[in-house]
Ligand binder design. Structure first.
Ligand SMILES: [Mg+2]
Length: 173
């Protein structure tokens, strides 16, 4: 009686275990937000001229500016493809002088990358402490230059856009 059930459930259980093991073996990937997933200037340009003038040289301190930013071209599609193959996290830095940036970034991730992604958001000024295989970032600051894995330098000659980054990473997943 229960034998049939056991026999039936065995492959299902095996599949679940296999999936978990495979997930554990996935390489760890971090994606930066500003000028990588997010088009920073799209938010700045959405503010009126007086605000832009007031915050010249420190646009990241404009209250609410991060909520107005659009995804960078190709970023959402790249995220969807990469998260299927990598254990993917979003690693960003939020300015200390602009506390709305912290919640705006959290909301941005949920709005554009989906609800589960918000729990994969890491806000830190110390990206060197992150453990993993790859970090996609447009800068070497905030500890990126000391990241233990490989820095895929977004916007560099080798990686000018998401197409080149996705191609490179998927070949190494
Ligand atoms: Mg950046």
């Amino acid at each position: 009686m229960t034998r049939t059930n056991t026999t039936r459930s065995q492959p299902t259980r095996l599949r679940l275990v296999t999936k978990r093991v495979e997930a554990g073996r996935r390489k760890v990937l971090y994606l930066d937000m500003d000028n990588v997933l997010v088009d920073f200037m799209s938010g700045v340009n959405a503010c009126d001229a007086r605000v832009r003038a007031k915050y010249a040289g420190r646009y990241d301190e404009i209250p609410g500016v991060f909520a107005r930013m659009q995804p960078l071209e190709g970023a959402l599609d790249a995220y969807r493809r990469l998260r299927m193959r990598f254990d993917t996290y979003i690693a960003s830095t939020a300015p200390w002088e602009n506390s709305s940036a912290w919640s705006d970034k959290r909301d941005w991730v949920e709005r554009h990358l989906g609800r589960p992604a918000r729990k994969r958001l890491i806000l830190t000024h110390h990206k060197n402490l992150l453990r993993g295989d790859f970090i996609v970032d447009d800068r070497t600051k905030r500890g990126v230059d000391r990241f233990e894995g490989e820095h895929v330098h977004f916007g560099s000659r080798a990686f000018p856009d998401w197409k080149s980054v996705v191609e490179y990473l998927l070949a190494r997943a």
